[in-house]
Design a protein around this ligand. Structure first.
Ligand code: AMP
Length: 230
């Protein structure tokens, strides 16, 4: 019997990937593996990986495929991800990363790739208002701040605007997304793994749509819902 679920969530920066991935990891009881969070933690604690990644991240460029996929390989081969599965957030960003991910997962495969679709004008508005906990990565916004100003509700860390949420870096990341990441949609469409979900509306509404799409796919694949009883 196959255990757990192995999910990838794609979408432009600001499409709500982080928020939905946290919710999906709770719903399906799988680890949330965010390459952006792992890189930010590495930068903060000044590991060799963090030092190599920092300049690219500050510019809004992609970090090299080799560096990213070695980090992902190490994370996905840990016991929790092996036994339960994972929800992968922020990776793959290129077709080369998608191919390496397939190799890492062998003999298993991804169960599903969710593409959260949100129009560009809406993500620009969300990104300008986004605030994030420096320690645990919980997302807030100007209109939905933590209870105590500047202090994370979850861990007490400092809630700040991300350094790469400047207008210049955001524009660069959205251009990069269109050029390098959009071909991934074709890659996963051809593999019959892709479900595009409307990412507009409240976080609760989006979660309901995403869970419905995932459960439908898993029932088709396995003949019963994975979120119940596995
Ligand atoms: P994110 O939090 O996903 O927006 O990631 C923040 C930054 O980390 C990106 O702008 C990239 O510089 C880097 N990054 C995160 N994930 C990847 C990835 N899969 N491939 C390359 N760079 C990445």
């Amino acid at each position: 019997m196959v255990s757990g679920v192995r999910l990838v969530v794609l979408g432009k920066q600001g499409a709500g990937k982080g928020t939905q991935c946290v919710r999906l990891s709770h719903h399906y009881v799988v680890p949330h593996v965010s390459t952006g969070d792992m890189l930010r933690a590495a930068v903060k604690s000044r590991t060799p990986l963090g030092e190599r990644a920092q300049a690219d991240m500050d510019r809004g460029d992609l970090v090299s495929d080799e560096l990213i996929m070695e980090m992902v390989r190490q994370r996905l081969t840990r016991a929790d991800a092996q036994s339960r599965g994972f929800v992968l957030d922020g990776c793959p960003r290129t077709t080369a990363q998608a191919e390496t991910l397939d190799e890492i997962l062998l003999p298993e495969t991804l169960d599903m790739v969710v593409n959260l679709e949100v129009p560009t004008h809406a993500v620009l508005r969300r990104l300008a208002a986004r605030r994030v906990c420096e320690d645990c990565g919980t997302n807030y916004s100007v209109s939905s701040p933590p209870a105590i100003r500047g202090t994370c509700d979850v861990c007490g860390g400092e809630v700040v605007q991300r350094e790469d949420d400047t207008e210049e870096a955001i524009t660069r990341r959205l251009e990069l997304y269109a050029r390098q990441t959009a071909p991934l949609l074709d890659f996963y469409r051809k593999a019959h793994l892709l479900a595009t979900v409307n990412g507009t509306g409240s976080a609760d509404m989006v979660t309901r749509r995403v869970v419905r799409a995932i459960d439908r796919q898993l029932m088709d694949d396995r003949g019963r819902p994975r979120s119940e009883g596995d």
